[in-house]
Design a protein around this ligand. Structure first.
Ligand SMILES: O=C[C@H](O)[C@@H](O)[C@@H](O)[C@H](O)C(=O)O
Length: 492
């Protein structure tokens, strides 16, 4: 039997072990998509206990805790919905810590019981990689150990060397890209930049709300965007000017390198500016729009934005296929991004192709990263990339790494297989955390181990020669250099 998550965790062959330990392990991290707070990095906050670091904002963990039957007050905290009828044994698990009465402790105790029951789930591996890498704890978290681990982690977290900037340094994070609405003033990104922070903290331009014209609060959003721009938005051309102005602000003030878009249900239908303006006027007059109106309006703005990104040599990320906020009751109680989303199953190959072509037609398609939430779409997406590749970029159109419900061992192995089969693995820009927790960076290690194991198995099966120097360099490129080059143009 193998030892539990030791240094050769997930590395099943000698080639895999060499690739990981000799090449991948010490590579820096460029985390080009996450949901971290620039303010918390600027203020270099310390968490006073492990619940704050783990459970205050992570909807993956919340979902698992709900699945195990814990009530909302232990999942999202006292303000959440606590009407769940039955409460399993949170804090009745034999832990006798002095903090036992504190809500944070009770939440950790509930988490310990949940994680003990997460066999086969990536949360189990992430949690234990985090305990090992940040806290030097190799003991598995369970109801029995929760008291001891609570104390050990909380004691460390309160030390200055465990501030969030130091947590980033521990994982050798060189740069990270947060996700930001165009209305944001980026005060903390700017301050970090002025200060010359050793970790580059860059904003990502996420303008979804500017084209989701069917949303009830669309006029209110336009008012906020107009405020950030400095002028009221009364027409399609005002909207486009406002977006360009905010995009340039993001680049100037924050060094923005990427945009991000979540595409759900409808992607694209072509429309002229006159048609899109007419839809805009009807919406602002309070008329109901059809699905086709919404698709055409979104198509017009996305094509426009894509061309703007291309002109600025930025990358465009398209995250496709989330079915969000499925529980209207919990949306009302807790708001979005709280663990009530799942995998959609709509078909969109034709619309995606038309969207990319609407920019490529005039050679104005930016560098593009395509992510999907439904593994069923892996081949469709990876083959779509090949339609629009063009020099001088290597891998201009990227089949993005396994996202969210695919971000697990099986999803990553499948993503790597499909990528290698239908595109070229050596040009991949690799992994990102997409996370809301400062302790999530060992997810890069998880990916790197799976990557090295996959390559190792091809070599050991005689499918590729054992050219360690070439393979080692390739692994290092996928871990770090490719993302750096793709996003910034720099070589090292
Ligand atoms: O990995 C999952 C994420 O954190 C998820 O919440 C985000 O990808 C979010 O849906 C977004 O739209 O950016």
């Amino acid at each position: 039997m193998k030892e539990f998550m030791n240094e050769d965790f997930l590395l099943t062959t000698e080639t895999a072990r060499r690739l990981y330990h000799d090449y991948a392990e010490t590579m820096p991290i460029f985390d080009f998509h996450n949901h971290l707070s620039a303010q918390e990095i600027y203020e270099d906050i310390n968490f006073s206990n492990i619940t704050q670091a783990w459970l205050y904002g992570d909807h993956y963990k919340w979902r698992a805790m709900r699945t195990y039957g814990f009530p909302e007050e232990l999942v999202t905290g006292p303000k959440g919905d606590s009407r769940t009828p039955e409460t399993p044994g949170a804090n009745q698990s034999g832990c006798n810590h002095a903090d036992a009465g504190s809500m944070d402790y009770r939440r950790f105790s509930a988490w310990a019981e949940t994680i003990e029951n997460s066999i086969g789930n990536p949360l189990y591996h992430w949690t234990h990689l985090e305990l090992q890498r940040y806290f030097g704890i190799t003991e598995p978290l369970s109801s029995k150990t929760c008291d001891k681990l609570w104390e050990a982690c909380s004691e460390k977290l309160s030390r200055p060397e465990f501030s969030v900037r130091n947590l980033l340094k521990m994982q050798n994070v060189k740069a990270l890209c947060t996700t930001n609405d165009p209305c944001e003033d980026l005060e903390y990104h700017r301050k970090l930049r002025e200060e010359g922070s050793s970790v580059r903290v860059l904003p990502t331009f996420r303008p979804d709300k500017a084209y989701l014209i069917g949303k009830e609060d669309y006029p209110a959003y336009l008012a906020a965007l107009g405020k950030a721009w400095g002028y009221p938005i009364n027409s399609l051309s005002d909207l486009k000017e406002a977006l360009v102005s905010r995009l340039d602000y993001f680049i100037r003030e924050g060094g923005c390198l990427l945009s991000d878009h979540s595409l759900e249900g409808a992607l694209f239908a072509p429309s002229t500016d006159e048609e899109a303006q007419e839809i805009f006027v009807r919406r602002m007059a309070g008329a109901a729009l059809t699905a086709d109106d919404r698709r055409r309006f979104q198509g017009n703005i996305l094509t426009f934005l894509g061309k703007q990104y291309a002109a600025r040599n930025m990358a465009m990320q398209l995250h496709i296929g989330a079915l969000r906020s499925n529980s209207s009751r919990m949306l009302q109680n807790l708001g979005p991004d709280t663990g009530f989303d799942s995998v959609d199953d709509f078909c969109y190959a034709g619309e995606l192709s038309a969207l990319l072509d609407s920019m490529d037609r005039t050679d104005e398609l930016p560098k593009t990263i395509l992510y999907c939430l439904n593994q069923r779409d892996y081949e469709m997406l990876a083959s779509m990339c090949g339609n629009f590749q063009s020099a001088p970029h290597r891998g201009k159109i990227q089949f993005g790494t396994a996202w969210w419900f695919c971000d697990n061992k099986r999803g990553m192995e499948a993503q790597l297989d499909v990528l290698a089969n239908l595109s070229l693995l050596p040009v991949s820009i690799g992994m990102l955390t997409d996370s809301r927790s400062f302790l999530s960076f060992p997810r890069h290690e998880y990916y790197r181990r799976i990557l090295c194991n996959k390559i190792g198995s091809w070599v050991e099966d005689g499918e590729y020669p054992c050219h360690m120097e070439f393979l080692g360099k390739m692994v290092q490129n996928i871990c770090y250099h490719n993302a750096l080059k793709y996003l910034t143009g720099a070589d090292a």
